[in-house]
Design a protein. Structure first.
Length: 297
């Protein structure tokens, strides 16, 4: 299995930065942003090497959904297997690329079902030197929130980078099945900022405003899929907005059955900021419908 990549090699020596999009097949702004970078980065101005992957999970993209034909979540399958299922083979190829790089950026959105407050995240890596670089990369990317979380969550692209001591960040920008021009622009600008910060390009980073920075050292922090699960199958109606501050016990939304006879309340477990919200009404029991990031009051 080989991923379709584009390498831009600079005229001067320098580090190797890998940028990927399309780990999930329904996340479209990152794919468009990476294609723009392919045409906009001038090799004459570049130091080192830039490897770009616009669609990691082509099977999922062709189906227009989060996962590929085998139903496995690529972001939970790394480092994969060379002789495994299709998604496991893709995970294996992606993991090899990550290990070959000096730095890594993985671009995401909330896909068709969720919207995510624009953020840059990283693992709270045990190596202080790696952690310091990751903090710089995340802050200079220029999104609203910077979020450091549990480094021990496995199966992810960033867990491969963690094990290889490759400084890495992931980014999220809205979603909901759209391809917002503002998201594409933010991702192109953010990637350029990191290229400048790491010395691959000259210039000054363009950071629209200082981000909110939160580091959560608790086990499981950053595992969005276990945050505020639905109590039943049904129809989800949010009562809050993305980016809203909420208090513990505040209503985030309700889930009802098809007749509206059973109505379950989803209440916030924390004081903090709503950073993920399900916008697709159909929900399954046990699936997360919202993520609240605990923040200083």
């Amino acid at each position: 299995m080989q991923l379709q990549t584009r390498e831009i090699v600079g005229q001067q020596p320098g580090p190797h930065l890998l940028i990927t999009a399309g780990v999930h097949g329904d996340e479209f702004e990152p794919m468009a942003a990476v294609r723009r970078l392919m045409t906009e980065i001038d090799p004459q101005a570049l130091r080192g090497k830039l490897t770009l992957v616009p669609v990691v999970n082509e099977s999922a993209f062709q189906l227009g959904r989060r996962t590929g034909e085998d139903g496995k979540d690529l972001a939970r399958t790394c480092p994969g297997r060379e002789d495994g299922s299709l998604t496991e083979q893709v995970a294996f190829a992606l993991s090899q690329l990550i290990r070959s790089a000096d730095f890594y950026i993985d671009l995401h959105t909330g896909g068709t079902a969720f919207t995510v407050l624009p953020l840059s995240g990283y693992t709270l890596h045990p190596d202080p030197n790696v952690l310091s670089v990751q903090r710089r990369m995340a802050q200079v990317f220029g999104l609203d929130v910077v979020w450091g979380t549990d480094p021990n969550l496995d199966g992810r692209s960033l867990s491969v980078a963690r094990a290889a001591n490759v400084p890495a960040i992931y980014c999220e920008y809205l979603g909901g099945g759209r391809c917002e021009p503002a998201g594409i622009d933010a991702y192109v600008r953010g990637c350029r900022n990191v290229l400048i910060e790491l010395g691959l390009l000259d210039g000054l980073p363009n950071i629209p405003h200082p981000p909110l920075i939160v580091e959560d050292h608790r086990p499981g922090a950053g595992h969005m899929q276990i945050n505020h699960p639905s109590l039943c199958d049904g129809f989800f109606e949010p009562t809050v907005k993305l980016g809203q501050r909420v208090q513990t016990g505040e209503l985030l939304g309700t889930v009802c059955d098809v007749l509206g006879q059973r109505v379950e309340r989803i209440e916030s477990r924390y004081n903090g900021l709503v950073i993920v919200l399900q916008t697709f009404p159909t929900v399954s029991a046990g699936a997360s419908v919202a993520v609240v990031m605990e923040t200083p009051s």
